[in-house]
Design a protein around this ligand. Sequence first.
Ligand SMILES: Nc1ncnc2c1ncn2[C@@H]1O[C@H](COP(=O)(O)OP(=O)(O)OP(=O)(O)O)[C@@H](O)[C@H]1O
Length: 225
Amino acid sequence: MSALLEVNDLVKTFGTGEAATRVLRGLDLTLNTGEMAALLGPSGSGKSTLLTILGTLMKPTSGRYQMLDHDLIAAEDRELTEFRNRHIGFVFQFHNLLPDFTALENVIFPTAVRDGRETPAARARGADLLVRMGLAERIHFPTAKLSGGQKQRVAVARALMNSPELVLADEPTGNLDRASALQVMELIGQINREEGTTFLISTHDDKIAAACQRQIVVSDGVVTG
Ligand SMILES: Nc1ncnc2c1ncn2[C@@H]1O[C@H](COP(=O)(O)OP(=O)(O)OP(=O)(O)O)[C@@H](O)[C@H]1O
């Protein structure tokens, strides 16, 4: 297996002086291409902080971050934005869908904004992903009318739109009932197998973690298992 990304000696401190909180304390992690990994650890252990740094949305205080032969610490903002748009997808617990837009419009919207237009290829990819998420009947429904589980599946489809190598998910099933949560995980697993997408999924739920091939435990700002 080849490494998709590697972080070394990652440190993140929020605030300064007496108010400083050292959240990541020299964290090392390698994720291999095609892995589906759960990110576990107590509340406040630094999972969201790590996902935000891996997503290039925030820089660490110090440390190294290499992905796909790019040095993401040295990279400047414009390069990071381009890298992120091309290679990384995000799924959050609160999915930030536009309620009056249809499922398909939500999925293709970021790509259409990036490209300055909506292409037939993008519509086809978006519709295909929604079908694979079990939402064939809901493609043209406004997302305000979808259930929580359906909305989360739209959010997964949106994250996959540009075929990113890496998808970062921060408690993606946190607000779902058990059956919907496991369904979302099953569909993520299917995409992982079919497209080779690497997933890192933070969760507090052991059943969700067990649906992943690998479990990574963060505690006190380092990987402990
Ligand atoms: N912007 C910030 N400024 C100051 N402190 C922060 C900031 N973001 C996070 N923290 C602190 O960093 C610590 C780790 O937070 P983080 O959200 O990464 O934990 P987590 O493991 O994701 O927790 P949970 O499981 O509860 O979501 C917490 O103590 C939090 O208060």
